[in-house]
Design a binder for this molecule. Structure first.
Ligand SMILES: [Zn+2]
Ligand SMILES: [Zn+2]
Length: 230
């Protein structure tokens, strides 16, 4: 399995090339479908060889081009049922911030959200905890990692690569997401991710990181009594 990536607006889009086709993890902001497809073609693949579009959660920077990509490829869209309401409305959805500054930013984004409406869609495949992705050619499974949103999922490949969406970021450093629906659940998901003992963690925002960086982040959170800061 080859892992390729591009930044489709704000978040990373990952392309898993598994020999018989390509599985897309996250579909970027709106108007990124053709860019994603040109990357697919650069791998020597045709749009029809895209087998599945996995959306790690329903935010616009991950789901924004999912409907367009489905139209252009014929591939089904897969996500967790708990995030279906997020992609059923064009209105920008931003969870509460994890501190005063990010909460103010969340309020600002909600006010400006009408500028970039989401192209709504109905997913074709529901993903849930433990579900195998083998029927789509991926040697791996779904891990439910809620907290950022209720329906946030990760994708764990059998070879130890783990795609965590927005459950954990690595912008300036490995950290919790800036916004979260439920802090306690997000912390539990971070521990769940650590317990999987991934070989390499691929966040949707920022660069891939090592198990040692993940352990250092969890230790920092534990030292601060579960606080996301410092
Ligand atoms: Zn998000
Ligand atoms: Zn995001």
């Amino acid at each position: 399995m080859e892992i390729h990536s591009l930044v489709a607006g704000i978040a990373n889009t990952f392309l898993l090339d598994e020999g018989r086709g390509v599985v897309v993890i996250d579909a970027g902001i709106p108007h990124q479908a053709r860019r994603i497809l040109s990357r697919v073609r650069a791998l020597g693949r045709s749009p029809r060889e895209v087998r599945l579009i996995i959306v790690t959660h329903g935010h616009i920077d991950h789901a924004g081009s999912a409907a367009a990509l489905r139209r252009l490829t014929g591939a089904p869209i897969a996500m967790h049922r708990a995030d279906a309401p997020l992609v059923a409305t064009p209105q920008l959805q931003v969870p509460p911030g994890r501190d005063a500054a990010t909460d103010a930013l969340a309020r600002l984004l909600r006010r400006l959200g009408w500028l970039v409406p989401l192209e709504t869609f109905s997913p074709d495949v529901w993903l849930e905890e433990g579900q195998s992705l083998r029927e789509f050619g991926v040697a791996g499974r779904v891990v439910h990692t809620p907290g950022h949103t209720d329906g946030s999922i990760s994708v764990a490949l059998d070879d130890g690569a783990l795609f965590v969406g927005d459950a954990i970021l690595n912008l300036a450093r490995v950290s919790f997401p800036l916004f979260w629906q439920d802090p306690a659940t997000a912390r539990a998901s971070a521990l769940k991710i650590q317990a999987l003992q991934p070989r390499c963690v691929y966040p949707a925002h920022g660069r891939a990181f090592t198990p040692a960086q993940l352990d250092a982040f969890i230790a920092r959170v534990a030292r601060n009594g579960g606080s996301p800061r410092r």
